[in-house]
Design a protein around this ligand. Structure first.
Ligand SMILES: NC(=O)c1ccc[n+]([C@@H]2O[C@H](COP(=O)([O-])OP(=O)(O)OC[C@H]3O[C@@H](n4cnc5c(N)ncnc54)[C@H](OP(=O)(O)O)[C@@H]3O)[C@@H](O)[C@H]2O)c1
Length: 326
């Protein structure tokens, strides 16, 4: 059964997703939606998409669309996702899934109410290297995990760019810091405690954040993120019997090195970028599920709750949260 996709928004990641979907058997992009008709037309022409809609509502009303991929800024995810679900569409919504846990809960509730599939597009959780590393850790290849250390910092100086705008959910954490948190949660489980410090921009989003997580097993994660410099983009895991270095870029790697007893082995496993998560969505929809069994709603809610707590400690509040108790 062909799964017919609609793409909502015409920015950078939507371009990557259109390219990924073009290479997947059984996937067809039938429509694109944008806030402007001209941007929709241009995107449709570039990617050979049959229909271009000049609003999200028109895309949601398109009867030929089965699933909508949402590639807008974080501030728009809640309303665009809920509108699509209420129109009867399945939804794959980019990370960060929402601005906060409350918004994520409302989105998941809409999926349940409308009996439609909904998943956070945390593509890293579908990377073959990540699954291979988790399998090796679970098999005890490097003993008990003691530390994990990951930084995702990129030099993004544009003061008007999406990453620095508080009004559309900017800040290092939701955009980049989510990846160090994701590898930690993927490999070591949800943390039981978190401590974070950060420095804000004049606009009030996080320019830099560093922190620690404590996991159930006693393992600790150190993570950091920034919009002001570019880090080496690797991640390191140390265990009682060895260590693993995930090569850059650690959030979509093609190689990692395992060192045990002073002997290192580098394992290379290619990936197909965003295609892995898209194929998973299609499999789940075909099988009649409304939730992923990899990127579960519980995992998404835990992720959002963790980032809420980090933002609380660092002092980042988005406009829609102003006036909220606590
Ligand atoms: N998975 C990944 O590797 C990855 C990588 C980068 C980003 N992302 C995520 O993808 C999302 C978009 O990131 P991006 O880098 O693609 O952003 P971008 O290039 O700035 O594109 C975002 C698009 O969203 C639409 N949009 C809707 N409401 C908007 C508003 N109020 N202000 C500005 N744009 C608005 C615009 O398209 P129209 O003009 O057509 O409406 C815009 O082009 C974010 O959630 C980000 O975290 C994921």
């Amino acid at each position: 059964m062909t799964i017919r996709w609609g793409i909502a928004s015409t920015g950078k990641i939507s371009t990557s997703m259109a390219q990924a979907l073009a290479g997947i058997d059984g996937a067809e992009i039938v429509a694109v939606g944008s806030r402007s008709q001209s941007a929709a037309d241009e995107f449709a022409q570039q990617h050979s998409i049959g229909r271009a809609h000049g609003s999200h509502s028109e895309l949601c009303a398109d009867p030929d669309v089965d699933v909508i991929y949402i590639g807008s800024p974080h501030s728009e995810h809640r309303s665009m996702t809920i509108e699509a679900l209420e129109a009867g569409k399945h939804v794959l919504c980019e990370k960060a899934f929402a601005l906060n846990r409350n918004d994520a809960e409302a989105m998941i509730e809409a999926a349940k109410q409308n009996d439609r599939f909904l998943m956070e597009a945390m593509w890293s959780w579908f990377m073959p290297c990540w699954h291979e590393i988790r399998g090796r850790i679970e098999a005890g290849e490097i003993g008990d995990i003691v530390t994990l250390d990951a930084t995702f910092a990129l030099d993004l100086p544009d003061p008007d760019g999406r990453h620095r705008r508080r009004d559309i959910g900017g800040g290092a954490l939701l955009d980049l810091g989510i990846y160090p948190l994701s590898i930690a949660r993927f490999l070591l489980g949800e943390p039981t405690d978190v401590r974070a410090l950060g420095r804000l921009t004049a606009d009030g989003v996080d320019a830099s954040v560093a922190g620690s997580l404590l996991h159930q097993s006693g393992a600790v994660t150190t993570f950091s993120t920034s919009l002001d410099a570019t880090s080496d983009l690797t991640a390191r895991i140390a265990g009682t019997g060895g260590r693993i270095e995930i090569h850059a870029p650690f959030w979509f790697p093609t190689a990692f090195t395992v060192t045990v007893d002073g002997t290192s082995e580098t394992i290379e496993i290619p990936n197909r970028g965003l295609a892995h998560e898209a194929e998973h969505v299609m499999e789940r929809i075909r099988a009649g599920h409304i939730e992923s069994d990899v990127q579960t709603w519980a995992a998404t809610l835990a992720n959002m709750g963790l980032m809420d707590e980090i933002r609380r400690q660092v002092g980042v509040i988005y406009p829609s949260e102003e006036g909220d108790a606590g």
